[in-house]
Design a protein around this ligand. Structure first.
Ligand SMILES: Nc1ncnc2c1ncn2[C@@H]1O[C@H](COP(=O)(O)OP(=O)(O)OP(=O)(O)O)[C@@H](O)[C@H]1O
Length: 309
């Protein structure tokens, strides 16, 4: 960040041609000033929201808030845009406490501060209350293998339950362009055509109880970090202590390497995912519902009975 800062200093901003450039924009490599950076960063997100008709006036929206950089910037920018452009949204923070000591307990403290800083009501739902156990207990029992898969499934359901308690119309998450490009690549590597065809959708679950959208679908992770840094936003920056997902880590590093050579690579991977056409002869897996808890499941049985309350 400091090097980037130094390289840009001394020149005039490429966009306004008035103020000194303060940074090199990761997405375009343009040398621009802070003010122009804030403007293009926020305006691009506004355009994504408008073009994709993500929200309707009067809607209640829950922001999936983990305390990390993405969801913290999302909460901040969405409140700003809501005010500036009169979206007419009622915004809420929704956090899931997975019960991971030394990680989620600390990041939730950040979300509690964000609740006050941004004036957004916060709802916390926990695995302990919903299912009767914490991830600490699960990891003690099953170890680190597959624990991310378990946790991902449970978090999805917990967010739905929290959203239902808040009576919101939609849930937004801080998934960014890097996350989506990474998922496209992983689905190709795994030959998972069903997931590949839906992982680039900006809104999902429209046929379910609570649709989800990703306003940061085209927002670069590096720009989110820069924005949070320059705006001095209060966020928690530690990785989950139980996330040893080496395969995903490899895809992430690969995309970072591509980005270094060609910043557009992230957008190009997303575009490839969006334009992918599935042959009509490809057999798609059917999505079912769990025979025990009734929640959506890729297999007949979703969560084991003892896990759902
Ligand atoms: N415990 C949680 N409670 C509420 N929302 C969550 C939680 N964990 C993840 N999310 C939502 O899912 C998004 C993607 O989560 P992921 O685990 O990939 O985190 P991330 O990329 O580190 O994002 P962040 O920087 O916001 O933590 C987050 O931006 C957030 O909106």
């Amino acid at each position: 960040m400091a090097e980037n800062h130094k390289k840009a200093a001394g020149r005039l901003c490429y966009l306004c041609n008035q103020r000194r450039a303060a940074l090199k924009r990761p997405k375009t490599l343009e040398q621009i000033c802070r003010e122009c950076f804030y403007e293009v960063f926020e305006e691009e997100i506004h355009q994504v929201i408008v073009k994709n008709q993500l929200f309707k006036p009067g809607e209640r929206i829950a922001i999936g808030a983990s305390g990390g950089k993405d969801s913290t910037v999302l909460a901040y920018v969405l409140s700003e845009l809501n005010r500036r452009h009169n979206y007419g949204l009622d915004l809420f923070l929704l956090s899931v406490d997975e019960g991971i000591t030394g990680y989620r307990d600390d990041s939730l403290e950040t979300v509690k501060r964000n609740e006050i800083q941004y004036g957004l009501p916060l709802k916390i739902v926990s695995y302990k209350d919903l299912y009767g156990w914490t991830m600490d207990e699960i990891v003690k029992m099953i170890g680190l293998k597959n624990n991310c898969t378990f946790c991902g499934v449970f978090r999805r359901q917990a967010l739905d339950r929290g959203a239902a308690l808040l009576k919101v119309d939609k849930l937004v998450t801080g998934h960014n362009a890097d996350d989506i490009a990474e998922t496209v690549l992983l689905n190709i590597l795994r030959g998972d055509i069903a997931r590949l065809s839906r992982c680039t959708s900006i809104t999902t679950g429209e046929d379910g109880p609570i649709p989800r959208c990703k306003p940061f679908k085209y927002t670069y992770e590096k720009e989110i970090v820069m924005y949070a840094y320059f705006k001095r936003l209060d966020y928690f920056s530690t990785e989950c202590i139980y996330s040893p997902n080496a395969y995903r880590g490899f895809a992430r590093e690969f995309i970072k390497d591509l980005e270094r050579m060609r910043p557009r690579a992230i957008l190009d991977i997303i575009k490839s995912g969006e334009d992918f056409r599935i042959s009509t002869s490809t057999k798609m897996p059917e999505q079912g519902t769990c025979e025990r808890c009734g929640y959506i499941s890729s297999q007949l049985r979703g969560l084991p009975l003892w896990e759902v309350r």
